[in-house]
Design a protein around this ligand. Structure first.
Ligand code: SF4
Length: 500
């Protein structure tokens, strides 16, 4: 697709809008308004020009010899401080709906955090007017508006537990038993990297100690710990014990609300490992079937069976875990609305304390994308979510965090549902971007938030790949010092000078 713009400042938003309708189409953006020569190419134009003291907005979409066109005069009174960008997006949105016959459930919203937008509208206008603006001005469907409202209410209660000097700790283990066909994460299979893991664990422990020092120096209070990946339970019981022991000795855990370890792949769960997690104070584990259909598991290369999911769940329960999450994905290859409904029913029957329903988001580096394998359409994924949401609500779960990803099927969403009292504080805090996160491990990124609540935050990233993380570990440790400097500058001046 060619996207032709006359104003480069609209590039980011309008490209994302086009991607909602053509998620797999490469998009070439031209910012000087010049048209390409191929007459049959899919072409989208969005332009702004001044004419007779008015701002004229023009959009058109040309595909297969058909052209839909719309024009409007910019109405500043209606679009306020969003400038002509939102009006132009609305104009283009109408044409793309017409052209494709597809109406995104989240309307013209392209952002990752729609609930954050609803909350800021509610603060500005009050709840009722915010609901109207959200659904009418942004064209969000009634069902998604309701979902966002419910999520916002539950999330708000959770975020009230945030302390100004609070922070969360993230620990990344970027190793997995095998690579899932939909994965684009920088995770390395154990077969290829087993020799690297001991050195990785040693470096990780040094970084956790450095993070502990940073937290003490800054006077930060640890509120939650999340060990994710990859698949953390790929580590041996001894390696895991070393990492968790380092967390215990490096931080004061007395104010910690939850300690999660992702035991994502059921084939990595053993009683010995679960007992080890319990002994080290882990309170929450996530066992992620993604699907309860054998042929779908096989199609996505998970290399475990449905029975192994059931066994892993029982092992964790028997070890004493009373707070367990399970992840599902809507839109996987070979899955249908009927088989997905069966998956949801079977997972609900296990009664985990929380269930996270993702929608497939295919990055270009995933095997499914690379090999052009069959997958569900956006409409099919929407049907799956239409079943999951009401079923979970009727089973006593409430949505408490929600986010969207680039190239997510149908422009849909990922939602964390939990039984009351079992919402993950970490998930809400990371989604809201309102709490400092100290992150350790390859590919992890720390977020340093201004504790005054100004909304300012700075990110400090680690190296992406484990071998770099190990070979340049001195630099990794130095970056923990940088986190400290940023935090101290916030607290000394009220504003982070690095963000100027
Ligand atoms: S378990 Fe997660 S991180 Fe690991 S390969 Fe599968 S999708 Fe990727």
């Amino acid at each position: 697709m060619d996207l032709i713009l006359t104003d480069r400042s609209f590039h980011y938003e309008l490209e994302k809008l086009c991607r909602l309708f053509y998620p797999e189409e490469p998009i070439k953006v031209s910012e000087d308004g010049s048209l390409p020569q191929q007459p049959d190419a899919l072409l989208v134009f969005a332009g702004v020009e001044e004419q007779n003291a008015q701002t004229l907005l023009t959009a058109w979409v040309r595909s297969g010899g058909q052209k839909h066109r719309a024009q409007a005069v910019y109405v500043p009174e209606k679009y306020g401080d969003t400038g002509p960008e939102r009006q132009l997006a609305e104009l283009l949105y109408g044409l793309l709906v017409q052209q494709t016959g597809f109406t995104p459930r989240w309307g013209i919203l392209t952002g990752v955090r729609p609930v954050k937008l609803l909350r800021s509208l509610a603060e500005q206008y009050g709840a009722e007017k915010a609901r109207q603006v959200f659904s009418q001005a942004y064209h969000v469907s009634a069902a998604k508006t309701r979902l966002a409202q419910l999520t916002m209410e539950n999330e708000r209660q959770l975020l009230q537990r945030e302390r100004p000097e609070g922070f969360s700790l993230y620990i990344g283990i970027p190793f997995c038993p095998s690579r899932c066909a939909y994965c684009s994460f920088v995770s390395m299979t154990v077969e290829k990297t087993i020799g690297m893991i001991p050195e990785y664990v040693a470096c990780l422990c040094r970084e956790i100690e450095a993070a502990g020092k940073t937290a003490r120096d800054c006077g930060l209070t640890l509120q939650s710990v999340y060990m994710g990946g990859g698949t953390p339970t790929t580590l041996t019981p001894e390696q895991m014990d070393r990492v968790l022991g380092t967390v215990q000795t490096s931080f004061d855990l007395s104010a910690c609300l939850e300690f999660t370890v992702e035991a994502g792949r059921p084939d990595t769960v053993t009683r010995e490992k679960m007992d080890g997690l319990r002994r080290r104070g882990v309170t929450r584990v996530s066992i992620n079937p993604q699907t309860m259909q054998e042929r779908v598991l096989e199609a996505i290369g998970r290399r475990h069976t449905v029975q192994q999911v059931l066994d892993a769940f029982q092992i964790a329960r028997d070890a004493g875990f009373a707070d367990m999450n399970m992840d599902l994905i809507a839109g996987l290859p070979l899955d249908t609305p009927e088989t997905f409904a069966d998956t949801v029913n079977r997972v609900c029957a296990l009664e985990p304390e929380s269930i996270t329903v993702h929608t497939l988001a295919l990055k270009r580096s995933s095997a499914i994308f690379q090999e052009g394998r069959q997958r569900a359409s956006g409409a099919t994924a929407a049907q799956m979510l239409d079943y999951a949401g009401p079923k979970l609500l009727n089973s006593g779960y409430q949505p408490y965090y929600l986010y969207r990803q680039t190239r997510i099927l149908g422009g849909l969403e990922n939602v964390g549902f939990a039984k009351p009292g079992y919402e993950s504080f970490y998930n809400a805090a990371i989604m809201d971007e309102s709490q400092t996160i100290l992150a350790c491990g390859a590919g992890a990124g720390s977020k340093v938030c201004d504790p005054s609540g100004s909304g300012k935050l700075e990110r400090v990233y680690n190296f992406k790949y484990p071998y770099e993380y190990i070979s340049r570990h001195g630099e990794v440790l130095a970056r923990k010092e940088k986190v400290k400097q940023i935090y101290e500058q916030y607290t000394a001046h009220g504003v982070c000078p690095l963000s100027k």
